[in-house]
Design a protein around this ligand. Structure first.
Ligand code: HDE
Length: 691
């Protein structure tokens, strides 16, 4: 596999000396352009004398260094970005005048950021957490931001509760632990006292929050928005992004190990994919429905804890979201990019969803604080790709240079004017009422859709939800909080509640929490299951080949050819990073040393040691972990006869199932890779019993 980390500068490709690498480089300067003769030594009085205050080069460098950090985001601090485009596959002018959809084939540049929520900027990628899913469309009528998540609902219904929610999930203020974890008393205390969060809780305890790759997650706008066409006619809309390569997650036991082996697992996956020249793609979809239709649903579409089941309003695919370019600089792009739900364009409008209403204020507000200036939208990554004409002026770091004397309107000099024909128009919707602080009754059913999500999961996925709840609640110290959570689960699904109660060792089930609206069953929705929406292909996945000195070179080649023909990557894991001599007597490159490339970072493995190699390694801890974990995580395993001592060493030699496929010749590899299209051999899980 090609080294994805070759230097991106034009200073050559490794191996040069300092002098050679700098042969064609520009002269180093200070921040005001003064050329620098010596970047190794401060200015002193005499060789061993004091450093001189006049050493402006030293001061410029240190002072600049001291001010590199800006406040990280309050939430979604850890994220990763790439550039790309949106391509419309439908002309939607009947529904909206939004320019990205005004003609089939129309392309709009985008910048995307995918993030975790609770963890700090340096936290690991594979925490159990929601993933932020933000897309900035640089349209010719302004920037449009869809600032969504990979989960279509949210914990709370009203923006006023957001600071409480974030305080509860973040590290506790006295101890400042745990980092990037919801498994602690404050979080479960808050949510168990907030019944509206129940639906979201089942989602976050599902495999949705431990994705295998950010390329295999869905994106949702969450809120109901409005589409507005040129005639001013408005319809409700929900935004969806469906991954081209299907949905896929890992097991919790795998996530724990991946975070240890590679805390940058998800961002590395994006880098390697784009540096190979592949793209990352979603289908963008919309659920479009009228206010009259919405009035007949048995839930309120203004309630952000509710979905509109796809079986009720199908998702209409309207285009492709494609990422094809890495960032040039992480700070200048993903750190200072400012996504905001208030950034909308003509043809898009808000709904009265109270969570969305609050968000339209908060992002712009927090960005003023975080980016240190009202001019943050003039930073290159935030700057619109269309003309800006207004009388805004001054403020810290005024990057725009207005010309002339006019900075007000109306005026009799000239300058930009409002345009009722082309300017943004809010959708006309009648609204009235006495001022009041109250939650609508139509928001009060907190359990029926939580039940819908749970019952729409496969038994495998339901088991994972049970395991996750037992794991998380077992970290909660107060028994009364654990029981309070179970009391809500009873309203979701009695079987779920009983299994969690058993897992926690509760003597008996507590009384069910009081439900303001009696929960009712809803028709199952297959769209809600990951396993039901897998790719049935190994494309975009990664095979790990465990080899030793003397391994069969034809098997290695057969597996590599078959994996690459299926659009998958493969890596060689061997005892020494400098290379491995296979049966053909040739030294083959190695991607990871055994122990450095554990099986958790691969989607499927081939364990094809030589006889001597297996004998050498059957007592080696990392080698045993490689095999035991792959089996326990229900991965497809290719193997040869010589692998049996390793299987025996971890006591799986008697349990080999159809997910373990023996290779006797190179040609057998094709059938193996074909089988890997199922991604996991879930039938093994009850036996493997790790998740
Ligand atoms: Fe956010 N959210 N949020 N959020 N959110 C922020 O804005 C907020 C909510 C989401 O990659 C912050 O610039 C409020 C829902 C994403 O830069 C902050 C409420 C959804 C990102 C903020 C919510 C999101 C943020 C922190 C309740 C899914 C990262 C940094 C009313 C639809 C965007 C920032 C990026 C970031 C406020 C709830 C998604 C604090 C007040 C619901 C993807 O302003």
């Amino acid at each position: 596999m090609q080294d994805p980390y070759k230097p991106k500068t034009n200073a050559g490709h490794g191996g040069e000396t300092h002098q050679q690498a700098g042969a064609n480089s520009p002269t180093l300067t200070t921040d005001v352009g003064t050329p620098i003769a010596d970047n190794q030594n401060s200015l002193t009085a005499g060789k061993r004398g004091p450093t001189l205050l006049e050493d402006f080069i030293l001061r410029d460098k240190l002072a600049r260094f001291d001010r590199e950090r800006i406040p990280e985001r309050l939430v979604h601090a850890r994220g990763y970005s790439a550039h790309g485009y949106f391509e419309a596959t439908e002309d939607l002018t009947a529904y909206t005048r939004a320019v990205p959809f005004n003609s089939k084939g129309k392309k709009t540049p985008v910048f995307m950021r995918i993030s975790t929520v609770a963890g700090s900027k340096g936290s690991p990628d594979l925490a159990r957490d929601v993933r932020g899913f933000s897309v900035k469309f640089y349209t010719e009528e302004g920037n449009w931001d869809i600032v969504g998540n990979n989960i279509p609902v949210f914990f709370i219904q009203d923006a006023i509760k957001f600071p409480d929610l974030v305080h509860a999930v973040k590290p506790e203020p006295d101890t400042e632990i745990p980092q990037a974890q919801s498994a602690h008393d404050n979080f479960w205390d808050f949510v168990s006292l907030t019944p509206e969060s129940t639906h979201m809780l089942i989602w976050i305890m599902s495999d949705r929050t431990i994705p295998r790759s950010l390329r295999f997650i869905e994106g949702f706008g969450v809120h109901t928005f409005r589409l507005v066409n040129a005639k001013g006619e408005a319809q409700f809309v929900k935004f969806h992004f469906k991954p081209k390569l299907g949905l896929q997650s890992v097991l919790w036991n795998e996530a724990v190990k991946i975070n240890g082996a590679d805390p940058d697992f998800h961002r590395r996956d994006i880098i390697e994919t784009l540096q190979k020249g592949e793209v990352i793609e979603w289908e963008m979809g919309m659920q479009i429905f009228t206010e009259e239709q919405a009035a007949n649903f048995d839930f309120d579409v203004l309630d952000p804890t509710k979905i509109v089941p796809e079986e009720l309003v199908p998702v209409k695919i309207v285009g492709r979201l494609v990422l094809d370019k890495l960032m040039d600089n992480a700070f200048a792009e993903t750190e200072v990019v400012a996504f905001s739900p208030q950034n909308i364009i003509p043809g898009i409008d808000f709904s009265e969803d109270p969570l969305l209403q609050g968000r339209t204020f908060s992002y712009f507000d927090t960005q003023q604080h975080r980016l240190g200036s009202a001019n943050f939208n003039n930073l290159p990554i935030n700057a619109p790709r269309c003309p800006i004409h207004n009388f805004a002026q001054d403020g810290f770091i005024p990057l725009r240079q207005p010309q002339g004397r006019v900075n007000y309107e109306p005026n009799s000099w000239g300058g930009p004017r409002e345009n009722p024909e082309t300017g943004f128009q809010s959708a006309s919707s009648t609204t009235e009422g006495t001022k009041i602080r109250i939650r609508p009754e139509s928001f009060a059913d907190h359990y029926s859709q939580a039940r819908l999500f749970f019952t729409s999961q496969t038994p495998t996925e339901q088991t994972h939800i049970v395991h996750a709840l037992v794991f998380e609640l077992s970290k909660v110290k107060r028994a009364d909080i654990r029981e309070r959570v179970v009391s809500h689960l009873i309203n979701v699904d009695k079987g779920l509640a009983q299994k969690v109660a058993d897992g926690l060792g509760l003597e008996k089930l507590p009384a069910a929490a009081k439900a303001a609206v009696t929960p009712h069953d809803m028709p199952e929705s297959s769209a809600l299951s990951i396993i039901k929406n897998g790719p049935n292909s190994f494309k975009g996945r990664k095979l790990g080949m465990f080899v030793t000195e003397g391994s069969d070179a034809s098997l290695v080649k057969g597996l590599k050819d078959a994996a690459e023909a299926a659009g998958a990557a493969c890596a060689i894991i061997a005892p020494k990073i400098s290379g491995v001599k296979l049966s053909d007597g040739k030294l083959h490159p190695v991607d990871e040393k055994i122990g450095g490339g554990p099986s958790v970072v691969f989607d499927a493995v081939a364990v094809i040691p030589s006889k001597a190699g297996a004998d050498l390694l059957k007592a080696d801890g990392s080698s045993k972990d490689f095999v035991a974990d792959a089996f326990a995580h229900c991965k497809f395993i290719a193997y040869n006869d010589d692998a049996m001592p390793l299987f025996k060493a971890v006591s799986i030699d008697g349990d080999l199932d159809e997910g373990c496929i023996k290779l006797t010749k190179a040609d057998d590899a094709k059938a193996f890779i074909q089988a890997c299209g199922k991604l996991r051999f879930w039938e093994r899980e009850p036996k493997a019993n790790k998740s």
